[in-house]
Unconditional design. Structure first.
Length: 344
């Protein structure tokens, strides 16, 4: 194992933030970067904002782009082109980093030249019960689920979220950087998969950011509709790296499985409402068993109820999104329309 040579032992790092309509949150994110225990002269902060009213924050390199709805794939590609560091770190505009974040995030890259990417831990604070449940369930960026699985160790991963990750700039350029058209924010998923094919990527539980949660069932539902659409869009345009398979649309459908169970119960003379109630109780018990690690971090009477409710909301939202995007795909096929890779 070889170490990263650098001036004074501190590699120069470019920290990239993409933002849109979140200036109060952005100010908190930037303030947390000013509190880093990494030498300030050894990292730059680049902010790319989609806005019609440019307003550069102090102490950063600022790039304003027109408000055209081109998405974070495009803004991250713009930011990457501005980066001067051999190492490139990403944090979301609604995250706040612990003071040791940058140092811990790039430590695996400094210590081992074969490591190409690093994902960090994502937590929440001052969150309501739904926000806490989001984090327990692993969203975004792995949340408490990844943190618990890592148990203080570096673990290999292919999942690197741009709310908290770092790459070697050379590796990003080798895979072509971020796809500039990724309508449902799947660009970081793609880059993580591509870079992990080139070499080792790891998750470190020591590099921590605090992410602002959605915090309501309705917002979680809408968020997962987007994620579901993203899964089908990736299957359509990048089937070689997509996790979803066409058969999953039917095979993993919560709605279809619940409907089939209720239908069979009705044929057997059992009341549909009672059957559905039993299914929900079984689902809740299964989720509480699966995520039982959360009791080491939270002891709350609402957890056994709200955790499965949040999980169900995520599952149903994702399913709705998958069917919406699958229907769009089917309409295109029926109309003989072929959308080239990287188009909406």
């Amino acid at each position: 194992m070889t170490s990263e040579p650098s001036t004074g032992g501190w590699p120069f790092v470019s920290v990239l933030i993409s933002t849109k309509d979140r200036r109060p949150d952005l100010a908190k994110a930037l303030a947390s970067l000013e509190r880093q225990d990494y030498p300030r002269k050894r990292f730059e902060v680049i902010v790319v904002e989609e806005t019609g009213e440019p307003q550069a924050p102090p102490g950063v390199r600022y790039v304003a782009i027109p408000k055209e709805g081109r998405g974070f794939g495009y803004t991250r590609a713009v930011a990457l082109r501005q980066a001067q560091g051999r190492l490139v770190a990403f944090i979301d505009d609604d995250c706040e980093a612990e003071p040791s974040w940058l140092r811990e995030l790039i430590a695996p890259l400094r210590e081992d030249l074969t490591t190409l990417g690093v994902a960090g831990a994502v937590r929440v604070r001052n969150a309501n019960p739904i926000g806490i449940c989001e984090n327990i369930l692993g969203f975004p960026g792995g949340g408490l689920a990844y943190l618990s699985q890592a148990d203080g160790r570096l673990v290999e991963t292919r999942h690197l979220s741009t709310c908290n990750c770092a790459y070697r700039a050379e590796a990003l350029h080798k895979v072509g950087g971020f796809p500039e058209v990724a309508p449902w924010s799947g660009e970081d998923y793609l880059v993580g998969r591509w870079v992990s094919r080139l070499g080792r990527c790891v998750y470190t539980p020591r590099a921590v950011v605090f992410h602002k949660p959605r915090g309501s069932v309705s917002r979680v539902f809408r968020w997962f509709i987007r994620r579901g659409r993203q899964e089908v869009w990736l299957l359509r345009h990048y089937p070689d790296v997509a996790e979803l398979r066409a058969g999953d649309l039917l095979g993993t459908s919560l709605i279809l499985r619940a409907g089939a169970a209720v239908g069979l119960a009705s044929l057997a003379g059992l009341p549909p409402v009672g059957t559905l109630g039993l299914l929900l109780l079984a689902y809740a018990a299964l989720q509480n068993l699966r995520y039982r690690f959360c009791w080491r971090h939270y002891q709350a009477a609402w957890l056994p109820v709200l955790l499965p409710l949040t999980k169900l909301t995520m599952g149903l939202g994702g399913e709705v999104g998958r069917w919406i995007e699958a229907a769009r795909w089917a309409r295109d096929l029926a109309g003989g329309r072929v959308r080239p890779r990287g188009t909406l």
